[in-house]
Ligand binder design. Sequence first.
Ligand code: HEM
Length: 367
Amino acid sequence: MSLFRRTASRAAQASPARAHYVRGCRQGKLTVTPCAKHAARRGFATTPSSASAAYSRWAFLLGAGLAVSGAATFLYTKQETPTSLEAVHAPSQEDYQKVYNEVARLLAEMDEYDDGSYGPVVLRLSWHASGTYDKNTGTGGSNGATMRFAPESNHGANLGLVNARDFLEPVKKMFPWISYSDLWTLAGVTAVQELGGPTVPWRPGRHDADSKACTPDGRLPNAAKGPSHLRDIFYRMGFDDREIVALSGAHALGRAHTDRTGYEGPWDFSPTVFTNEFFRLLVEEDWLQREWEGPLQYTDKTTKTLMMLPTDMALVEDAGFRPHVERYAKDSDVFFQEFADAYVKLLELGVPFKGDGSERWVFERSD
Ligand code: HEM
């Protein structure tokens, strides 16, 4: 059964009166809905009985036309049509769960990539799509998915994210009704949950934009810089110190790649499992400047196989950030909760949702 028919029949069960308007409109022709038929009948009945057959036909057509347009005007002025249409066209939570399931299936199946999962790079895609938000101008954010286009796709910070975008392309083909911007953010949620992280409620409503909406380079953080840069970047999005630290805990996942950013290596020993290890290692391990040809980064004294970026080190060095690093290092549950809250906020920056957000959905994890 097609998506439309499924949603239409669901809507019909839930709200029979609304559903019939929508079916009439959906067929894309002047289908006379029961309501309009009723109005047309009224128009025909008022036609003088002495009129010729031709006149009657014209009068019927005119009456039917007026009735249909009257019904449309009524529906428009009552704002019934858009609402009803959306109610039926809007995919349900069940439909988005299918998207989630497909992303989860591909994450499990395509385990040859990097440390065995596309999850980290998919999570990074969702963050870089959202982290361009500027609260002062209302520009940027996940709405638009403008990283599909140059120049944004070529911004230094986004190098390598083509892997995540390509990974998600078959999902977009399978579910063409979902916007890229909803897909990328939902895929980020899927990655977090499927790699053992917290439950992240999510809601749809993002619309794709064209290349004119690309944000200027420089809105994402520069890993070579210090605490004041981190604050400049994240305060611009509307985050505070606690949220900056919580979000940075995503570096428990994945690794840096020399051919993308110049940095190299994973932050912990389980880069495909979402944990609070990033914070524990930051606090408990001794970090030394790595001696190499690449940009300044840190390496753990014990094994010399892990890495920290200068911005990661800023989290333990700065008096405003450090208490949160210590809290998260001690208590994984607190980190999970505060990461989830900040990540929900990140994914929704600048998105013109309708409603108050009470309709966020929680998706079931795969078995
Ligand atoms: C605080 C400022 C941040 C800086 C300066 C930063 C910088 C970086 C850099 C340089 C990399 C290496 C990319 C590569 O070479 O492939 C990286 C990877 C990553 N970042 Fe961040 N990041 C920051 C915050 C975040 C946030 C807020 C998230 C998510 C909520 C995040 C998620 C990730 C993930 C998952 C990876 C691994 C990607 C992979 O394995 O391909 N980062 N980040």
